[in-house]
Ligand binder design. Structure first.
Ligand code: GLC
Length: 427
């Protein structure tokens, strides 16, 4: 362990947000249990309280739907002023809804990767045996109920499912969506955080419109895939899924469980990922609009996620790193931008230094990129980004995201995954 006061402070943030049952991503802004946040939080907790880390996972799994989906948010019974609240989702109209209140959509499947990492370090076979069937069912649901074209690539039906809500990757899809009528709602996300750091109104209205469409379809997976105005194959989501399949396979092997089904997903993903997403001319991975059958040529840090899953060839990795990550016009620090790694390339016209997923540095993205770079032997670049990330947290506190120009913090304060990853990155 390195910087002990940073570690002590990180632990305090996780304890501050601990409700006993689950850990809030942020004390005011995010008062319930979020899916991929919880996976990272469990990893953070496992460094100092393994039983509590396991509880975090159990609580998340308690929100699993009958068909296998693990939702983006499990509300539990915690009262809050958060919007959208459980009533807004109306999930009770679905035969698949669980006994606890949740959203009706999912989030990037990071859980298997985190459980495997915890298991490698702490050897927790009983816990893996307990959780494995639920995680397997979720992956199966993603590869089948979200399979738009027999490619094994999962589709997302809402930008919130990408975890990168207002990323400019989704703007072009949104242009085609003209909400006929919006349900009544009042935003809650600008209560604790400046509106200039949150999604624009146009995007937010479409987020809500989509939920209204989904609830009218009673969350039937077939209907959602058939009628959602937003259906995308997301580079980031599928890279995380493929990496999670690898990790799930390792868990299965350890338990003596068959791996044929998982092998099938991995093989299909390896066959289809590069064909679908790689743009040879740009040297970038682009997301795909399933409705129009077109690639979405927007340059964001999602392009580096395939490194995390070992999907690019050596040459593709070299192009991602040399032509893009290390290019000061796009991602590398320069006169204006002092910190690694902006979530959107600075060359994008939609780039904004402080607005949510439009440009700021997010610790989660840096962590994925660091892991991916190490996987491909770019240890020096990984180390540079790791040190910069720790410096950002040290100076700006455990914030949700950071202005890449001066490192000042944005969004939620006392943000749990920034704390969990500070612990992880300091090992
Ligand atoms: C925001 C982020 C999402 C995260 C959630 C809770 O919605 O976009 O990725 O899971 O906040 O932290």
């Amino acid at each position: 362990m390195t910087n002990s006061s940073l570690l002590d402070r990180a632990v305090s943030v996780l304890l501050l947000n601990d409700t006993g049952l689950f850990t809030k991503p942020g004390p005011h802004q995010y008062p319930h249990q979020w899916n991929w946040d919880s996976a990272l939080i469990a990893l953070g907790l496992s460094h100092f309280d393994l039983p509590r880390a396991q509880q975090e996972v159990r609580s998340l799994l308690s929100g699993q739907w009958q068909d296998g989906m693990i939702p983006s948010v499990v509300y539990h019974s915690t009262p809050s002023d958060y919007f959208p609240n459980p009533e807004f989702w109306q999930i009770e109209n679905s035969p698949n809804a669980p006994g606890v209140p949740t959203t009706g959509i999912t989030q990037p499947p990071l859980l298997a990767t985190m459980v495997r990492r915890m298991h490698t370090r702490h050897s927790m076979e009983d816990f893996v045996r307990e959780g494995y069937p639920a995680i397997l069912r979720w992956h199966r649901w993603l590869h089948t109920d979200r399979n738009a074209d027999d490619s094994a690539l999962a589709s997302i039906i809402h930008p919130w499912e990408s975890g990168t809500d207002d990323s400019p990757r989704w703007l072009h899809l949104f242009e085609a969506i003209q909400p006929e009528a919006l349900p009544e709602f009042q935003r809650g996300d600008t209560r604790y955080v400046a509106a200039t750091e949150r999604p624009n109104r146009t995007e937010y209205e479409r987020f809500i419109y989509l939920i209204d469409v989904f609830r009218k379809l009673n969350y039937s997976p077939e209907q959602l895939l058939a009628y959602s105005p937003f259906v995308a194959q997301d580079v980031l989501f599928n890279a995380i899924l493929s990496r999670a399949d690898e990790d799930l396979r390792e868990l299965a092997m350890g338990l003596g469980q068959p791996t044929d089904e998982i092998d099938g997903w991995l093989n299909q993903m390896r066959r289809n990922f590069n064909d679908r997403f790689w743009d040879e001319r740009a040297g970038l991975y682009y997301d795909y609009d399933v409705r129009t059958g077109k690639s979405i040529p927007v340059n964001t840090a999602a392009t580096f996620l395939p490194l995390f899953a070992g999907l690019p060839s050596k040459e593709q990795a070299r192009r991602l790193v040399d032509e893009h990550l290390l290019n000061p016009g796009e991602y590398a620090p320069n006169e204006d931008v002092r910190h690694w790694v902006t979530t959107t390339a600075q060359t994008e016209p939609t780039w904004e230094a402080r607005r949510y997923w439009r440009g700021p540095v997010w610790v989660i993205m840096n962590w994925f990129i660091i892991e991916g770079l190490k996987r491909y032997g770019y240890d020096d670049v990984a180390e540079t980004i790791q040190q910069d990330t720790l410096r950002l947290i040290e100076a700006g506190g455990f914030r949700e995201y950071y202005d890449p120009r001066d490192g000042s913090g944005c969004g939620s304060t006392d943000f749990s995954w920034s704390a969990a990853l500070a612990i992880e990155l300091s090992q």
